[in-house]
Design a protein around this ligand. Structure first.
Ligand code: CP3
Length: 344
């Protein structure tokens, strides 16, 4: 068990540890030479479903950077693969589906799969989490599990692959609301099953990634998306972090009526302004601009100090980036940012 006084878990409970906890979205992966070496010859989704490999990749950045949490190495499309949906991750591109889900008939076909299939097929995920947690426990470092939110998953599934504006998913919502709600409700069940598998095996917190929610109008987010995201994480036995890019216009709704203990903020919105919006019952996570990881150290240091200062206006603060680590980042810079935050 990670200690209940682990700084990350304290911050999620509204407490303010002596130093702010810090971890990085996409800390496991391409910025690390040891990751690139381990991945040679193995496809992304095969790596995710090979327990000792997934555990080792999850642990690499924790050992190297001394961050306050591990983020489980997997992908938002893994539960869809476990459900039997044909999907691959193309290097440099992202998730690609053999059969996009575009019509009411497509939706009926895919939603006929029982989300319980995900739980039944998730043994490699549970095993990878168990292996990871067995090593993290020695230092009391918690493991964060995660899943994709229904809208971000649909943005890939309806399109059939990565897209900039997610036009097809956004059109489906309003052109055929019945089909949309059926699909989003099913994706919510699939992500929930994936989260539950990670929690059963020892994840101490979870993050729901609605990375592309910022492409939505606030009213559309409230009506077509938030209820399904809330259903994915409601009444889980561990704290929930809810993250999206560009969600400033509806940041209060990202609280999911208080189901989320913490809301992730991207680099566009200063944390003191975010704190005023989410109020006294929500921890904030963020929001170092990933672009500044490549700037001179003096520039990055001033930026990180400013973020920690503004974070003091929230009920509690978990330092992170505003989005994932860019693959070209020098890992030594990440280690230095961790040391700086732990010194403040
Ligand atoms: O440290 C971590 O965060 C590792 C775990 C993780 C991965 N993907 C590993 C991964 C997490 C939490 C994700 C979530 C994920 N996957 C999201 C939400 C987070 C976000 O960044 O907004 C999204 C949108 C995806 C879909 C996806 N998977 C994309 C867009 C890509 C990049 C494609 C590319 O090559 O540019 C992936 C692949 C992926 N997922 C990689 C990793 C380490 C790269 C695979 C490789 O090394 O070849």
């Amino acid at each position: 068990m990670p200690s209940a006084d682990a700084p990350l878990l304290r911050a999620l409970r509204a407490d303010r540890p002596e130093t702010a906890p810090i971890w990085f979205m996409r800390q496991a992966g391409r910025s690390l030479p040891e990751y690139r070496e381990l991945r040679v010859g193995t496809r992304m989704l095969d790596a995710c479903l090979t327990p000792d490999l997934a555990a080792e990749i999850t642990l690499q950045p924790v050992r190297r950077h001394g961050v306050d949490a591990g983020i489980f190495f997997s992908d938002i499309v893994v539960p869809l693969r476990l459900a039997g949906v044909e999907v691959e991750i193309e290097p440099g591109r992202g998730p690609v589906f053999a059969s996009p889900i575009r019509t009411a008939e497509d939706v009926a076909r895919v939603t006929a799969i029982d989300p319980a299939e995900v739980a039944a097929a998730a043994e490699p995920v549970r095993e990878a989490v168990r292996l990871t947690v067995a090593e993290l426990d020695a230092s009391g470092t918690p493991l964060i599990g995660f899943a994709g939110a229904p809208f971000t998953l649909a943005a890939y599934l309806v399109e059939g692959g990565p897209s900039k504006e997610h036009l097809r998913a956004r059109a489906m919502m309003q052109a055929d609301p019945d089909a949309w709600h059926r699909l989003a409700g099913w994706l919510s069940g699939v992500s929930r099953a994936f989260l539950q598998a990670q929690i059963e095996a020892g994840a101490a917190a979870v993050q729901l990634f609605d990375s592309w929610a910022g492409s939505l109008n606030p009213d559309v987010f409230r009506r077509f998306v938030a209820p399904h995201s809330k259903a994915a994480v409601q009444d889980l036995p561990v704290p929930v972090i809810h993250f999206g890019v560009g969600t400033g216009p509806f940041l209060g709704d990202m609280r999911l009526d208080g189901v989320a203990s913490a809301v992730g903020v991207d680099w566009r919105l200063p944390l003191d302004e975010a704190a005023a919006v989410v109020g006294p019952d929500t921890t904030l996570q963020g929001n170092i601009d990933p672009a500044l990881l490549g700037a001179p150290w003096e520039v990055l240091e001033a930026h990180v100090r400013d973020i920690v200062e503004r974070g003091r206006t929230a009920r509690a603060h978990i330092v992170n980036l505003g989005h994932g680590v860019p693959p070209e980042t020098d890992p030594a810079v990440l280690t230095r940012v961790v040391e700086l935050v732990h010194s403040l």
